[in-house]
Design a protein around this ligand. Structure first.
Ligand SMILES: Nc1ncnc2c1ncn2[C@@H]1O[C@H](COP(=O)(O)OP(=O)(O)OP(=O)(O)O)[C@@H](O)[C@H]1O
Length: 226
């Protein structure tokens, strides 16, 4: 298992968002996390990615305990081992497409020339080779999400976390974005955990888990949905 969550609980004030949720994810797996609105999907994803710490329970990544790690170590691990794609790309609008994709490399002290060369390679793979010089504020939704995918993958993460990555796109564009995301993840051997409401997005996954009332109803591979 690359990621394991054991009996995760997390509340916001009086709202119990996760109630002893379990989940196990295999390396290289593409996992869709589905379930009703407000059931705890995003909270689960944020706990797995070490963005939130759970109130109780354990999160393991590659045999290391994530939830009890120091903030500094967890932040470093998140930067190097994890990639993120959210509903709205969260690109820096004042920067160009190439700048946005090169940014994680530059922050990781990769030399400028190499960072831009690697960014250009990823943009090419995502069919964005022509758009490197454009400001990201001037992209279509589908183009922006493809840039966000390039930026998330440029450091070669072990796990890509995606929260409604196609939520702001029309269905055809959304399918194209998912096709690219899943195709690249498979080529790279990247594990993908994608939260989605959309059955067409989930159809790209190897496995689907359902979150209900803060619990994962079928947390382990091979288990039927209850
Ligand atoms: N910052 C917050 N403050 C208070 N309550 C919150 C906060 N974030 C989430 N919640 C509550 O926690 C519960 C789980 O929320 P979460 O966002 O994890 O659900 P979700 O399944 O991702 O929902 P959606 O599909 O609508 O995005 C909900 O009842 C929600 O209202």
């Amino acid at each position: 298992m690359i990621i394991e969550a054991r009996r995760l609980s997390r509340s916001y004030g009086n709202t119990l968002a996760l109630r002893e949720a379990d989940l196990a994810v295999e390396a290289g797996e593409i996992l869709a996390v589905m379930g009703p609105s407000g059931s705890g999907k995003s909270t689960l994803l944020h706990c797995l990615a070490g963005i939130f710490t759970p109130d109780s329970g354990e999160v393991w990544f590659g045999g290391r305990r994530l939830d009890t790690m120091s903030d500094a170590r967890r932040t470093k691990l998140r930067r190097t081992a994890f990639g993120f794609v959210f509903q709205f790309g969260q690109l820096v609008p004042e920067l160009t497409v190439a700048d946005n994709v090169a940014l994680p490399l530059l922050l990781g002290r990769v030399r400028r020339k190499e960072a831009y060369a690697r960014a250009a390679g990823w943009l090419e793979r995502l069919g964005l080779g022509e758009l490197g010089g454009r400001r990201t504020g001037q992209l279509s939704g589908g183009q922006a999400q493809r840039v966000a995918i390039a930026r998330a993958l440029v450091l070669g993460p072990r796990v890509l976390f995606a929260d409604e990555p196609t939520g702001a796109l029309d269905s055809l564009t959304g399918e194209h974005v998912m096709e690219l995301l899943v195709g690249l993840a498979r080529e790279e051997g990247t594990t993908v955990i994608v939260v989605t409401h959309d059955a067409r997005v989930a159809a790209f996954a190897d496995r689907e888990v359902i979150v209900r009332d803060g619990q994962v109803t079928n947390p382990f591979a091979g288990q039927a949905v209850r």
